[in-house]
Design a protein around this ligand. Structure first.
Ligand code: UD1
Ligand code: UDP
Length: 355
C-alpha cells in the first residue's frame, strides 16, 4: 500500500511524526511525503524532521509567504502533478491549514482517496481560515479520523452519516506525540531566567493581522510583566514580522521558535500558558498546566467545559484583570479527553482495512 502524506506547517510535522513511526513498523506500507514548503525557517520546519524521526520529504514544493488564494492554488497545481505520478492508495492530510485543503482537493479531483486526520473539529468562526479549511476538507474526505467524541458528533449533526465517507474516533494523534516525546524533551540552549515563567505563543491571523488586537495583547502582557510576572514567548515568525513592522514594544522575554523537544520542556516547566494556538491548548492539558486562550472560541471545547482552559476576549477592557485572576488555576488532567494515545495505530489499521 502506498500513502502520500501532505505536510506544510509546524503542527502537521508533529502530528505526522506519530503516523510515520507507525507506518515504518509495517513493511507493507510505503509512505511518500510532500512538503508544500508552507513553513520553511529552520526552526519551523527542518528541526522537526531532524529531531522527530519523520522521513525526508521526497518532494518540497517551496510554496510559502503568499496570500491564501495564491498559496492554496499553487499547492493544488503542484500536488496534482505529483499524485498523478505516484498514484497512492491514500492521500493523508492533517488538521486545517492551506496545505491540508490543497492536498485534499488535489486528491479528490483525481478521484484518489483522502484521509483527514483531525476531522470534525469546529470553532464555528467562519472568519478563521482554519475553519474554512476544516469544513471543506471534511466534505471531500473518504475517511474522517476524529480526535474526540465531540468531533464525531459535529460530523453527525452535519449529516455525514448519510454520506459515503467513514467516520472513526481515533483519539488525538498529538497525544501520541506528547506521550512518545515527553521522555526525550530537551532544555533549550541558552535559556535564561527560567524560574516560574508563563509560556506565551500568539500567531493566529485574527490576533496578529488586527494591529489593535495585537497591541491590546502585548500591552496587557507588558503591564503584567511590570507587576512581576515572568513571560517566555517563543515567537512565531508571522508575529515577529508584524511586531517589528508596527514597532509595538515588548517588555519581556521573547525567543526564536524552538523545536518540539524543546517546546515540551518549556511546557513541562512553565507555571501556566497563554496562547491562541490550537495544539498548545491540548499540550497544556497533557502537562497539567492551566491554559488561557486569547480567542473568542475554540475547536477544543472539552477543555473549556472541564475548566482547564479559559477563553478570553482580547478586545475586552478587563483582559488584564481576567488574566491575573486565572494565573494560579490548577488542572486535573486525569479526565482522558483525547483517547489512549494510540491514534496512529488505529489510523493505520483503518487505512489498511479500507484500501
Ligand atoms: C499556518 C496555518 C495555521 C497554523 C500555523 C501553525 C493556514 C491558513 N494557517 O499559519 O492554521 O496554526 O500555520 O504555525 O494555513 N513565515 C516565516 N517562516 C516560516 C513560516 C512562516 O517567515 O517558517 C511567515 C510567512 O512568510 C508569512 C507568515 O509567517 O509571512 C504566515 O505564514 P503562513 O504559513 O501563511 O501562516 P501561519 O501564520 O504560519
Ligand atoms: N511548537 C513548537 N515550537 C514553538 C512553538 C510551538 O514546537 O516554538 C509546537 C507546539 O508545542 C505544538 C505545535 O507547535 O505542538 C503547535 O503549533 P502552532 O501553535 O504553530 O499551530 P496550531 O496548533 O495553532 O495550528
Amino acid at each position: 500500500m502506498k500513502i502520500v502524506t501532505i505536510l506544510g506547517a509546524r503542527p502537521q510535522f508533529i502530528k505526522a511524526s506519530s503516523l510515520s513511526r507507525e507506518i515504518a513498523k509495517r513493511n507493507e506500507i510505503e509512505e511518500i511525503i510532500i512538503h508544500t514548503g508552507q513553513h520553511f525557517d529552520v526552526n519551523m520546519s527542518a528541526i522537526f524532521f531532524k529531531e522527530m524521526e519523520i522521513p525526508e520529504p521526497k518532494y518540497n514544493l517551496e510554496i510559502n509567504s503568499l496570500s491564501h488564494g495564491a498559496m492554496t492554488g499553487r499547492m493544488l497545481e503542484e500536488i496534482e502533478k505529483i499524485l498523478l505520478l505516484e498514484r497512492p492508495d491514500w492521500t493523508v492530510v492533517y488538521g486545517d491549514t492551506n496545505s491540508t485543503i490543497a492536498g485534499a482537493l488535489a486528491s479528490k479531483k483525481l478521484h484518489m482517496k483522502v484521509a483527514h486526520v483531525e476531522a470534525g473539529l469546529r470553532s464555528y468562526e467562519m472568519r478563521m481560515p482554519e475553519e474554512i479549511n476544516r469544513i471543506l476538507t471534511d466534505q471531500i474526505s473518504d475517511i474522517l479520523f476524529c480526535p474526540t467524541q465531540i468531533a464525531v458528533d459535529n460530523l453527525r449533526s452535519e449529516g455525514f452519516e448519510n454520506k459515503d465517507s467513514k467516520i472513526y474516533m481515533s483519539g488525538d494523534i498529538m497525544y501520541d506525540s506528547a506521550l512518545h516525546y515527553k521522555t526525550k524533551m530537551k532544555r533549550p540552549i541558552g535559556l535564561v531566567n527560567e524560574s516560574s515563567y508563563i509560556l506565551v505563543t500568539i500567531h493566529r491571523q485574527e490576533n496578529t493581522d488586527d494591529s489593535q488586537r495585537l497591541k491590546n495583547i502585548i500591552e496587557t502582557l507588558n503591564r503584567l510583566a511590570s507587576d512581576g510576572e515572568n513571560f517566555l514567548w517563543p515567537m512565531h515568525p508571522r508575529t515577529k514580522k508584524i511586531i517589528e513592522a508596527s514597532g509595538i514594544p515588548v517588555k519581556f522575554n521573547c525567543i526564536e521558535p524552538v523545536g518540539y523537544l524543546e517546546m515540551l520542556y518549556l511546557i513541562d516547566n512553565c507555571s501556566s500558558i497563554i496562547t491562541d494556538s490550537g495544539g498548545l491548548q491540548k499540550e497544556a492539558y497533557f502537562f497539567n498546566k492551566f491554559c488561557i486562550t486569547l480567542r473568542d472560541s475554540t475547536e477544543w471545547v472539552e477543555l473549556v467545559d472541564n475548566n482547564v482552559n479559559k477563553l478570553m476576549n482580547v478586545d475586552d477592557s478587563t483582559l488584564y484583570e481576567n488574566i491575573k485572576s486565572h494565573l494560579d488555576n490548577k488542572v486535573d488532567s486525569s479526565l482522558n479527553l483525547y483517547g489512549k494515545g494510540n491514534a496512529a495505530e488505529i489510523i493505520v489499521n483503518e487505512l489498511i482495512n479500507n484500501s
